[in-house]
Design a protein around this ligand. Structure first.
Ligand SMILES: [Zn+2]
Length: 307
């Protein structure tokens, strides 16, 4: 979903009377409802057979699919405190974040760095921290599931928690396959513009909302999903790599828009590109859920040992 806040550059322009963002649709949802549901459904329905059956059932797939747009349901003015804290978790302007140096793995270390630079985290975005924290919640719940299973106890309550974490995670992983969620160029080109890309504040929603809803379907997206893999090594580093790969395509979105790729039925190229991006989100979500399951088998030290 679109951000409704000003970037610092745009705020200055607006004060100067040169730009306004009044046209941003208040009802917009990232990748639209359809895109988020599709990403979550495709991921849940392609989990490998060694993941517990409760996580692969029709009911589980339906629940995870429903939760795809869940964080976009937290944008109402009826919940102002929640809106303020969670809106920045959908995006990151990598250009602004990188200007402050390497991304720290921990959210509060990043926020401290941002404040120290005289800036605000909500203007830069908190995407990778939210995604990795929710993944760690999922992993912790899967570990609990293993413990309860080994003790022959009822696992139904923890199964509910696992489905929620998996679906909730899917929203952010989905957002992060949308190139306009990882750049200052999130809704109209800013700065030098030798190629004449659109500067209207429309491209973001035009691409991820109505165009996807009208033109992208499960079969062509599923066909572009990659083979299942277990993420090796540090989760934050894996996730950052995924974000940076998405970032490569920021200009591509503008090129496609310029060629009329997001109007009506679009072009073959714009449909191929969009299907590949949705598939990238679904593949990464499937791999993150699967990796959380594998990682949850590793024994961890008892935090209360000796106390
Ligand atoms: Zn979002």
């Amino acid at each position: 979903m679109l951000r409704l806040s000003f970037s610092p550059v745009r705020a200055v322009l607006a004060v100067a009377g040169l730009a306004c963002v009044a046209a941003l649709p208040l009802t917009a949802h990232a990748w639209g409802n359809e895109g988020h549901r599709m990403i979550n459904k495709l991921a849940a329905s392609s989990l490998p057979a060694d993941v517990p059956a409760f996580l692969r059932s029709d009911a589980a797939i339906a629940e995870i699919e429903y939760l795809g747009p869940e964080p976009d349901r937290w944008r109402s003015s009826a919940e102002p405190e929640l809106v303020a804290v969670q809106a920045p978790e959908h995006f990151i302007d990598l250009e602004l974040a990188d200007a402050l140096g390497p991304l720290p793995h921990r959210r509060l270390d990043f926020e401290a760095k941002v404040f120290a630079a005289g800036q605000r985290p909500e203007k830069i975005g908190l995407q990778p921290w939210q995604a990795t924290e929710v993944w760690e919640r999922l992993k912790a719940a899967l570990r609990e599931y293993r413990t309860l299973t080994a003790a022959h106890k009822d696992t139904r309550p923890v199964e509910q928690a696992i489905l929620f974490y998996a679906g909730w995670l899917g929203h952010y992983v989905g957002d992060a396959s949308q190139p306009l969620h990882v750049s200052v160029q999130y809704n109209g080109w800013t700065g030098p513009n030798p190629n004449g890309y659109t500067t209207d504040h429309k491209i973001h929603w035009q691409f991820e909302g109505p165009f996807v809803a009208a033109n992208l379907h499960e079969p062509e997206v599923r066909a572009k999903m990659t083979a299942t893999q277990i993420l090796q090594g540090d989760i934050f580093e894996n996730y950052e790599k995924y974000l940076r790969h998405t970032g490569i395509s920021v200009e591509k979105v503008y090129q496609l828009e310029k060629a009329g790729g997001f109007v009506g039925a679009g072009t073959n190229e714009s449909k191929e590109f969009t299907a590949e991006r949705l598939a990238a989100g679904a593949s990464m979500l499937r791999d993150m859920i699967y990796s959380a399951w594998i990682e949850s088998a590793k024994p961890v030290p008892d935090p209360y040992a000796g106390k």
